[in-house]
Design a protein around this ligand. Sequence first.
Ligand code: AMP
Ligand code: FE
Ligand code: FE
Ligand code: ZN
Length: 273
Amino acid sequence: MKRIDLHVHTSASDGTLTPAKAVVHAKQLGLSAVAITDHDTPAGIPDAVGAGTAMGVEVVPGIEVSVDWRGRGVHILGYFIDPAAASLRHLLNWVVAERRRRNEEIAAAMRADGIDVTLRNLDGGNPESVIGRPHFAAALVARGYAADVNDAFRRYLDRGQIYYRRRAYIPLRQAFEVIRDAGGKVVIAHPLQYKLSEDERLELVRTLVDAGAVGMECLYSQYDAEQSAYLKKLAARFGLAVTGGSDFHGDRKPIEMGSPDVPYELLQRLKER
Ligand code: AMP
Ligand code: FE
Ligand code: FE
Ligand code: ZN
């Protein structure tokens, strides 16, 4: 079976492998296709596409953004985007500025507690990378404040914890409009990560489908067979294509690329939408 991974982060956002190295890794794992889905930036796409061409791995240009749904940040994936599309770039510039404002607040709060963190020492040597809470989590682990990234979130960075600071999420309709203007197809990311009741989940999916979502990430590294089966039923009920990916972040999270198994056929079906 040809296998793929439709959810991969690189050092353009909060992954630790460069875009080219992420594609090399995909090749080593025997994957036929990989989608680069960095948070809020298409900057890694050109290098990944170049590496893919050189190595015979199909690279799908993608992005992951957080949209506002009832004050929460819900993640959507955009596939087959043109990374140079002007309206997309314009919107992402705003998002990144908003992140920077929020990140400065987190760093200042940590420094006030004697934790030596600056945005410059979080960027892993790439001043262009989009910094997020996982970078702060890794810094807390490196400085001995937490056992691992999940522990750092639980104790310091999750909503309600001392270093949590809110950032603005993109208005839902605007995110869909801009991704579709860039030629992208929208897929609902990891639908079980939002701590929703069943009723809320159905309302969320209905809203996203009305806005133009064509697929749902049913296969995901954090979901067992039962959860994936439930999500596939949900996808069928709403006429959504089934997709899947790992949410690989390199060393920053204990998740391997290519897990779970996602068949190439799902990418084929997504293309036909
Ligand atoms: P940000 O967009 O900077 O607020 O950070 C959100 C990112 O942090 C998400 O995309 C996840 O990758 C990660 N994240 C959020 N909550 C957790 C958690 N409890 N454990 C590990 N990673 C998390
Ligand atoms: Fe992430
Ligand atoms: Fe996500
Ligand atoms: Zn992700």
